[in-house]
Design a protein around this ligand. Structure first.
Ligand code: HEM
Length: 386
């Protein structure tokens, strides 16, 4: 997508079109300054269509609410203040820096186990063998999902994120809700000390998560943990294999891994645009008239290659010192999982490179298949030999 963003930046970094089905107007921003302006302005660019004036909200909300989707949509990314603020405080009570640090030995053990399993052969799909199972196992363990259910989760998540068949998505959502409810009920009976037990019990000024909010929160954590860190590591390894000098430098100096992960996030991050914003009112922005109810999509990948902010933005440089990328978003919806994602990627890629230092791409780069999503930027498979 970068070639398109660069072209847009040259011709018109603020672009508007119409949704193919809805007819709603959609704005697309690619410059850093504009992306930051939208993400930081949560008063005018909102998430929850129900907060729009009723005649505009009708374009986005249904007269006949669907209980299945409603049960998973009361989460942080679908809400504005004050509900968002309350939920966010609650999740921070359990997603603490200490809780994340405590995961280090387990993340290392999972990485080692997966690398052991790869030892029997000399080629693999790196996503299937390593970058997918690692973060999924971590988040699944944090939420008490049994190992036997994890393949099912992949199917449901794929259906919900990339599916085009409404009925199939609805069935996936329903299966998700039923299973999450089961998990919650188990934690209500027994506090196992994990993140889910914490969420079930979290209280802020007497304010608990209600059941819908809790189901939605677990849903969001599982989905957010499914397609993001996976692709940070997948896209990151692809980029390293395409830049042999940088790859070599990292092998020689493994302590560069932290800054390499930041550069992977900037150069080829896993989230293309964050979730949509809606203009709460008519806004004049740099000579453009954004109407109340218009959709706004700020491009994180576009912003991260803005030459006004990054020197040589199209160069992959793992020693880059000024790197204020926006791969995790910004403002009130800034990624809750950023510390976990950084930790997982640092541990996992350090171990991977130490174990298989000669890893190479095992297919022409043009043959790689990317997921057709504006939200997630990642490959369906990453064939490697080692
Ligand atoms: C929000 C990126 C991993 C949980 C976000 C947002 C971005 C993002 C861009 C903001 C979306 C928006 O403003 O519309 C990423 C990237 C990841 C990653 C690049 C990995 C490299 C994770 C993980 C978790 C997580 C591992 C949890 C296990 C969340 C949650 C939110 C969020 C709960 C919503 C925050 C809110 O609305 O207040 N993430 N994420 N993320 N992320 Fe992540």
């Amino acid at each position: 997508p970068q070639a398109v963003y660069n072209q847009m930046r040259e011709h018109d970094p603020i672009w508007a079109g119409y949704g193919p089905n809805s007819g709603n107007r959609i704005w697309f921003f690619v410059d850093y300054e504009d992306v930051v302006a939208v993400l930081k302005n949560d008063k005018q660019f909102i998430k929850d269509a129900r907060n729009l004036p009723p005649e505009v909200a009708r374009r986005y909300t249904s007269d006949t609410p669907d209980p299945v989707f409603d049960a998973i949509n009361r989460h942080l990314l679908g809400l504005d203040a004050p509900d968002h603020t309350r939920l966010r405080r609650l999740v921070h009570k359990v997603f603490t820096p200490r809780a994340i640090q405590a995961l280090i030995p387990r993340i290392q053990a999972i990485a080692d186990e997966l690398l052991d399993q790869m030892a029997g052969q000399n080629e693999a799909d790196l996503i299937n063998a390593f970058t997918f199972p690692l973060p999924i196992t971590v988040i699944a363990e944090m939420l008490g999902v049994e190992a036997a259910k994890r393949d099912q989760f992949k199917e449901w998540t794929t259906e919900l994120l990339f599916g085009t068949d409404f009925e199939k998505s609805r069935i996936a959502a329903m299966s998700f809700v039923m299973y999450i409810n089961e998990l919650i009920e188990r934690r209500e009976h027994e506090d196992t000390g994990d993140i889910l037990s914490g969420l079930v019990r979290a209280e802020e000024e007497g304010d608990k998560l209600n059941r819908e909010e809790l189901v939605s929160m677990v849903f969001l954590l599982l989905v957010a943990g499914h397609e993001t860190t996976v692709n940070l590591m997948g896209n990151g390894m692809l980029t390293l294999m395409q830049h042999p000098q940088q790859f070599e430098m990292l092998k020689q100096q493994p302590d560069l891994m932290k800054s390499a992960v930041e550069e992977m996030l900037r150069y080829n991050g896993p989230v293309e645009t964050p979730t949509t914003r809606l203009a709460l009112e008519t806004i004049d922005y740099k000579g453009h008239r954004i109407e109340c109810g218009d959709v706004v999509l700020p491009s994180l990948l576009g912003a991260n290659r803005d030459p006004l902010v990054f020197d040589d933005p199209n160069t992959f440089d793992i020693t880059r010192s000024q790197n204020p990328h926006v791969a995790f978003g910004l403002g009130v919806h800034y990624c809750v999982g950023a510390p976990l994602a950084r930790l997982e990627a640092t541990i996992a890629l350090t171990s991977l490179i130490a174990r298989y230092p000669d890893m190479q791409l095992n297919t022409p780069v043009e043959a790689l298949e990317w997921n057709p999503s504006l939200l997630i930027h990642g490959m369906k498979a990453l064939p490697v030999r080692y």
